[in-house]
Ligand binder design. Structure first.
Ligand code: AP5
Length: 216
């Protein structure tokens, strides 16, 4: 099964993709993670993407579709979770082509419906362990022992450079202008399944499971 998790920044795409990987053996394909890795490694793609990402704007369609294409071949028969891709109509069309060239198809587009103001709070408060990547939040999930990771005991934490108020507003505007308009492209094929992304994480996961199990 191949699915898209569609929703604005902070809607919970990464959180739910990680759960699906763990529970269903599907593979998360996050263009955001791929780009951050390229930036950290200083690759040519990373050098091009860095300033664009820090401004909260979209990286070029050609770059992200090439990144996705590279990851599809090694998947074998494992299902893919597209997290943060596609984000434009051109990317949606590119994904259709990439899948059909490999004899794959899209099963669902799960749309996480959320309240924008809550997203700003979610995103600007999040941070993660600098060593193992365990996620935390200033308001909702602080480490049990001050400045110590619950999972690996490390004392260093990091925040994404694009998780500040100004950039988050730009990211949300980019979503509204360029990504939300791709929904009709999938609605025409009856692939879209909207769910309440403001529900608690476990309830969102249950709603996704019901769709994937054909119960919704
Ligand atoms: P990307 O990394 O994809 O970021 P994003 O879409 O802005 O999404 P986030 O990772 O911020 O949020 P999320 O929906 O995954 O939420 P999460 O689960 O983390 O992209 C970053 C940048 O890369 C883009 O701005 C762009 O520049 C570039 N880029 C990437 N892909 C591209 C593409 N295809 N084309 C062009 N450019 C591209 O959750 C957020 C927080 O909320 C966490 O703290 C979490 O714990 C919490 N949370 C999650 N679910 C819930 C819940 N149900 N209730 C309460 N809290 C929750």
């Amino acid at each position: 099964m191949n699915i898209i998790l569609l929703g604005p920044p902070g809607a919970g795409k990464g959180t739910q993709a990680a759960r699906l990987e763990l529970h269903r053996g599907m593979v998360q394909l996050s263009t955001g993670d791929m780009l951050r890795q390229a930036v950290a490694q200083g690759t040519p793609v990373g050098l091009q993407a860095k300033a664009v990402m820090e401004a909260g704007e979209l990286v070029s369609d050609a770059i992200v579709s090439a990144l996705i294409g590279e990851r599809l071949d090694p998947l074998g028969d494992k299902g893919a979770i597209f997290d943060g891709y596609p984000r434009t109509r051109a990317q949606a069309e590119a994904l259709d082509l990439l899948l059909s060239e490999r004899g794959r198809k899209l099963d669902y587009v799960i749309e996480l419906e959320v309240d924008e103001e809550a997203l700003v709070e979610r995103i600007t408060g999040r941070f993660s362990c600098g060593k193992c990547g365990a996620p935390y939040h200033d308001q909702f999930k602080l480490p049990k022992v001050d400045e110590t990771c619950d999972v690996c005991g490390a004392h260093e934490f990091k925040r994404r450079p694009d998780d500040n108020q100004k950039t988050v507003r730009t990211r949300l505007a980019e979503y509204r202008a360029k990504t939300a308009p791709i929904l009709p492209y999938y609605q025409e094929r009856d692939l879209v399944r909207p769910i309440d992304g403001m529900a608690p994480v476990d309830a969102v996961a249950l709603a996704i499971d019901a769709i994937l199990d054909g119960a919704a």
